[in-house]
Design a protein around this ligand. Structure first.
Ligand SMILES: [Zn+2]
Length: 243
């Protein structure tokens, strides 16, 4: 039996099938969900924020009864760089999250916050914003990297000393050369500056730009987090560059 419910969602992508549109959206209430409808006009464009009344059935795709437009991240469609980043956010959310994700509301708010930064803030460093997004996504999906995997009580790394350390993709965290053996596979060596950057991401609750951080460090962190998320999903994420 079908139940009629209302959800608040941001469109990630739209596909046309025989006069119908299939929308992949991320909803506050249920996470990733597919909807179908016709005569949606501009409300079915990507990155439009709508309220939908839907017939909630047992199928994978739920039909739309009514749509109410809430907002649109309008500037994104006129700036290719921004649009590309927005696509990346959408792709990661689609590849990594699920229907009935436990923390759907936080993931929804994260997507909203990052699209809003992208749209309003012309000075935003794109890589910084991506790193913030990816870190928070790992946190809300339940596999935030563990930055203190070292078990010794007096760990040089945790005490802020300059010591080499390793990020293990399988174990999802950092251990240091003073306490642990090198992981046997699937890891990267990280320098103290990178460790500091990961700690910074772990400490902030909303996006903020840092004063001085090199592009190299930012790019390294981006590829590290992308690869880490890829490790945890079966789906291929197309926008990832190799590390
Ligand atoms: Zn250690």
């Amino acid at each position: 039996m079908k139940e009629s419910i209302s959800i608040e969602a941001i469109n990630l992508r739209t596909k046309k099938v025989n006069g119908f549109k299939i929308l992949t959206v991320f909803s506050k209430e249920y996470g990733l969900i597919k909807l179908s409808g016709s005569k949606l006009g501009g409300r079915s464009e990507p990155f439009v924020h709508n309220r939908y009344w839907i017939n909630f059935g047992s199928n994978d795709i739920h039909s739309i009864k009514q749509t109410e437009f809430i907002d649109h991240f309008r500037n994104l469609s006129t700036d290719l760089d921004k649009l590309y980043l927005a696509w990346q956010f959408a792709e990661f959310i689609e590849a990594c999250s699920h229907f009935h994700e436990e923390r759907s509301e936080q993931i929804f708010d994260l997507l909203f916050e990052c699209l809003d930064q992208l749209e309003r803030n012309n000075d935003v460093n794109n890589v910084e914003l991506v790193n913030y997004f990816l870190w928070k996504l790992t946190e809300f999906l339940g596999y935030k990297p563990n930055l203190s995997m070292c078990e010794r009580t007096k760990c040089s790394l945790l005490e802020g000393e300059l010591v080499d350390s390793w990020f293990s993709f399988q174990q999802g965290g950092v251990s240091c050369s003073a306490c642990s053996n090198k992981p046997t596979s699937d890891f990267v060596t990280i320098l103290p500056g990178i460790y500091k950057q990961l700690n910074y991401l772990s400490s902030i609750d909303e996006f903020q730009s840092q004063e001085s951080i090199s592009d190299n460090a930012l790019n390294f962190v981006r590829t590290l987090l992308q690869r880490y998320l890829q490790t945890h999903t079966d789906r291929k994420i197309k926008s990832i560059n190799g590390i």
